[in-house]
Design a protein around this ligand. Structure first.
Ligand code: SF4
Length: 573
């Protein structure tokens, strides 16, 4: 079996090297590898947009194989949004292509002296670097439309070019559309290195990864796919309604942050719900099921079309719909879809940007519920006007510029779609995640609301720290495999699922890992990331929610009532 390599690109002198994988990194992939490389090679106190920061892309350990849902790509850097270490992951075709090409990680370092943009072309032989002019200033759709469908593409839009802290990196999906390495401003890091896009050309690489034990892999992959299929969330709810099924569920339990986190329920929830969306998709001829990468058996993604049946957006997720919808009180799915398209095109995180606009609404910049005004502000971001640059810098900056105190962020990153007062486990995740507020880091909603892996009452404090800890450890490990976070439901409820994942890794590499080794890997990733953050200047005082969460939120009059000591116990492992 050909050994995987590290491809390293230096943008200061435009040089490229191909390196053997250091022994310590051989057992790592995805987030485990990006965080290990950033911790080893990036000075924690460096400027995130400066020459010492690095941008790392790494496929997961199972990416490129036939394991279901294993095509997620991790990207890592020091985040310009939070100042912490950052891993963001996404679907699209890039992860599977890089893995098949034997590229364990692509590391981009340095920055060019000249103020010009470049494009990188990665193939099995190495990386070529050329000046790019035609697509500079254009959106991500123009980039993917200019390239053939059989390559992988990583691209930035105008937000990344202008180094806005909420900028994301887009990844081309199997239909030539976009998925996003969404959170933490990694698009600004790519923009600072003056890279407009990266083409991944797999010519000459095998169709699937070579495996040490084909039969063992096949058997474990079958067990795993069945576990995903048999679970009511991954086998029924997500394929039927997509992630937006959550709008009505989270609204019902009073945890849907509404009007910039003032209330826990939104009057317009039915108009933006997964059920309503499915009705529109069916009536207009959209696509109710769609995978963000080949081999996804859950297919939670959907293709949303307008009244004339014309494509508007895909990857139109609960988090984005909540942030623009309930968060900003806009109850029109067509406006939300248009806004989602615009944000994909300019390459900016939908959660961060919509929460930032919610804070601007609080300050009176436009009214809550003003969908047309919302679209207007997005165009300001795309055009990089002074107002647009402020909004594109994220919710914390907007709060500061407008002197607001109701600014839902932790470590500078916007709080996502579950009110931490009414879903207390996710509040612990927001506080303690090494990434800033991030629901995917330890998705306690699975147990607090969906009752997967047992039940911990979302309104009580008991059991939340332990729940978040266990899930964050497991998630750090899962993020290293290339598996989608939505495999978690089956992993929590089906005792066959996790051993099957471990078996697939062993059959792929000839290793003899156990389930305990996977837990140990998750712990060690979290500790590596935390050590980076501490060296960057973060303390336990940064592991706190903003004080406005002491106010009761309807309908339960729930408050955030954890002491600092209780939160800090998260790290007792
Ligand atoms: S379940 Fe959804 S997010 Fe996960 S891999 Fe499939 S389409 Fe992508």
């Amino acid at each position: 079996m050909m050994a995987d390599k590290i491809f390293r690109v230096n943008m200061t002198d435009l040089s490229v090297s191909i390196e053997d994988v250091p022994a310590d990194w051989l057992g790592l992939g995805g987030r485990g590898l990006t965080s290990t490389i950033i911790a080893a090679e990036v000075p924690p106190t460096c400027h995130p947009l400066g020459k010492y920061n690095k941008l790392v892309f790494a496929p997961g350990l199972l990416s490129g194989t036939r394991a279901a849902d294993s095509g997620r790509l991790s990207a890592g850097a020091k985040s310009p949004l939070t100042g912490t270490i950052k891993e963001s992951n996404s679907g699209g075709t890039a992860s599977q292509l890089l893995a098949r090409m034997g590229i364990k990680a692509l590391i981009i370092e340095g920055m060019p002296e000249k103020d010009i943009f470049y494009r990188l072309k990665v193939n099995t032989e190495g990386v070529s670097i050329s000046e790019e002019t035609a697509l500079v200033g254009r959106g991500n759709f123009a980039v993917v439309d200019s390239l053939p469908d059989d390559v992988g593409v990583l691209s930035i839009g105008q937000a990344g070019e202008n180094r806005m802290s909420a900028a994301n990196i887009s990844v081309m999906d199997p239909d030539g559309k976009l998925r996003s390495l969404g959170r933490g401003g990694l698009g600004a890091v790519m923009g600072s290195k003056k890279i407009k896009y990266i083409v991944i050309d797999p010519a000459g690489s095998p169709k699937t990864m070579p495996l040490v034990d084909e039969e063992k892999f096949k058997a474990a992959a079958k067990v795993f796919a069945k576990a995903l299929h048999d679970h009511p969330v991954s086998g029924e709810a997500l394929p039927e309604y997509g992630t937006n099924i959550l709008i009505n569920i989270v609204n019902e339990i009073g945890g849907l942050p509404t009007r910039n986190s003032r209330y826990g329920q939104f009057d317009g929830h039915d108009k933006i719900s997964g059920e309503k969306m499915r009705e529109l998709i069916d009536a207009r001829g959209g696509k109710p099921r769609h995978g963000c990468h080949p081999g996804c058996v859950i297919q939670c993604s959907q293709v949303f079309v307008d009244k004339d049946g014309k494509y508007v957006t895909s990857g139109f997720e609960y988090e984005s719909i909540w942030a623009m919808g309930a968060g900003c009180c806009i109850d029109d799915l067509d406006i939300l879809a248009e806004a989602d398209h615009l944000m994909d095109d300019m390459g900016i995180d939908t959660i961060e940007t919509a929460v930032a606009i919610g804070v601007a609404m609080e300050a009176g910049v436009i009214d809550f519920g003003d969908g047309v005004g919302f679209l207007g502000l997005l165009r300001e971001i795309q055009q990089a006007t002074p107002q647009g640059r402020i909004l594109g810098s994220g919710a914390a900056v907007v709060g500061k510029v407008y002197g607001q105190t109701r600014v839902p962020v932790v470590k500078g990153q916007a709080i996502p779609a579950y009110d931490p007062r009414s879903v207390k486990g996710i509040g612990i995740t927001y506080c303690t995640s090494t990434m800033g507020a991030d629901h995917t880091a330890g998705y306690t909603v699975a147990t607090n609301i969906l009752k997967c892996g047992g039940f911990v009452d979302p309104l009580q404090k008991e059991g939340q720290v332990e729940l978040s800890r266990n899930l964050q450890i497991a998630t750090a490990a899962v993020d290293s495999t290339g598996l989608c976070v939505f495999v978690a439901f089956a992993v929590l409820d089906n005792p066959d699922a996790l051993p099957a994942v471990v078996e697939m890794i062993n059959a792929r590499f000839g290793s003899s890992l156990t389930v305990d080794d996977v837990t140990a890997l998750g712990k060690s990733i979290l500790k590596t990331e935390r050590a980076f953050n501490q060296a960057a200047g973060f303390t336990v005082q940064d592991d706190r929610l903003p004080e406005f969460f002491e106010e009761p939120v309807s309908p339960h009059d729930a408050v955030w009532d954890f002491t600092g000591e209780e939160i800090d116990a998260f790290w007792d492992f």
